[in-house]
Design a binder for this molecule. Structure first.
Ligand SMILES: C[S@@+](CC[C@H](N)C(=O)[O-])C[C@H]1O[C@@H](n2cnc3c(N)ncnc32)[C@H](O)[C@@H]1O
Length: 226
C-alpha cells in the first residue's frame, strides 16, 4: 500500500450540501483546460469578498494544517488546494466543523490553475511533504518544477514567501537545487536550508515522520520586493 493511502486512512466525516457549498470549490480538470475563465481568480477579493492577505497550502491533504492556521489567525484568509476529492471533502468538513469564515478548500490539480492566479495576490504559500518522485512515470505528477516556480513568482506579492518542506532528504535537496537557480527568489534565512519544520501546527505528514524519528527539511523562499 502506498504511504499516502496508509496515512490517509480516514474516519468518515460528513460534508452536508450547505457546508460543501460554502467551503468546497471543485474545479474539474476538463473545465480548467477548456474554459478557465469560467472560474474565479484565486484572490481574497474573489473568494472572500475582502482584501485581507491570502495564504495558500498547496497539496493540503486532510487539511488539519491549514484549518489550524486559519483558526489561529483571523486576520488573514486561507486556501487549501488538494487534488484528491476524498481528502478535499475531509478538509472542507473540518473547516465547516470549526465554522471558519476565512478558509476555503479548492479541489483541483494545482498544475492547471495558472490562468486563475492573479499577479501578486498571495502573501504566503506552502508546499509541505509533496509526493516524492519514485519512478519516471511519477514525474508527470510531480508538482515542483520550473512551471511551479513560475506560477509562484507570478502569484506571490513582492516580499511574499513560499515554504517548501519534505521528509525525503534527497528529494528535498533536488527541489532546493532547482529553487536556488531561480533569481526571482531569495532565501528568508541565512542557512542553506532548515532542519526541522517550524510551523504553528504540525500536519498529518509532519507528525507521522517525526514519530518515526525523521527530521523534515525546509526552505523558505522570499520573492524579491523590487
Ligand atoms: C504527501 S501528501 C501531504 C499532505 C499535507 N501537505 C501534509 O503535510 O499532511 C501530498 C498531497 O498533495 C496532493 N497533491 C499531489 N499532487 C497535487 C496537485 N497537482 N495539485 C493539488 N494537490 C496535489 C496529494 O493528493 C496529497 O494529498
Amino acid at each position: 500500500m502506498a504511504r499516502g493511502r496508509r496515512l490517509f486512512r480516514l474516519k468518515h466525516v460528513a460534508l452536508d450540501a450547505e457546508a460543501a457549498a460554502k467551503y468546497l470549490l471543485d474545479l474539474p480538470a476538463e473545465g480548467l483546460r477548456r474554459d478557465p475563465a469560467a472560474y474565479p481568480p484565486l484572490s481574497s477579493a474573489a473568494l472572500f469578498g475582502n482584501d485581507r492577505p491570502l495564504e495558500v497550502d498547496i497539496g493540503t491533504g486532510t487539511g488539519e494544517y491549514v484549518v489550524e492556521l486559519a483558526r489561529q489567525d483571523g486576520e488573514s484568509n486561507y486556501l487549501g488546494i488538494e487534488v484528491s476529492r476524498r481528502l478535499a471533502a475531509y478538509a472542507a468538513a473540518l473547516a465547516a466543523r470549526h465554522g471558519l469564515e476565512n478558509l476555503r478548500i479548492l479541489r483541483a490539480n494545482f498544475s492547471l490553475l495558472r490562468p486563475l492566479l492573479p499577479a501578486g495576490a498571495w502573501q504566503r504559500a506552502s508546499l509541505h511533504f509533496p509526493d516524492p518522485v519514485h519512478k519516471r512515470k511519477d514525474e508527470k505528477r510531480h508538482i515542483f518544477n520550473p512551471a511551479f516556480l513560475d506560477a509562484l513568482a507570478h502569484v506571490l506579492a513582492p516580499g511574499g514567501e513560499l515554504s517548501i518542506a519534505s521528509d525525503k532528504h534527497d528529494f528535498f535537496l533536488g527541489m532546493l537545487a532547482l529553487a536556488e537557480q531561480d533569481t526571482r527568489f531569495v532565501k528568508a534565512h541565512p542557512q542553506a536550508y532548515l532542519e526541522g519544520l517550524q510551523s504553528p501546527h504540525k500536519s498529518r505528514f509532519q507528525q507521522f515522520w517525526e514519530r518515526k524519528g525523521v527530521t523534515p527539511l525546509q526552505v523558505v523562499l522570499r520573492k524579491h520586493s523590487d
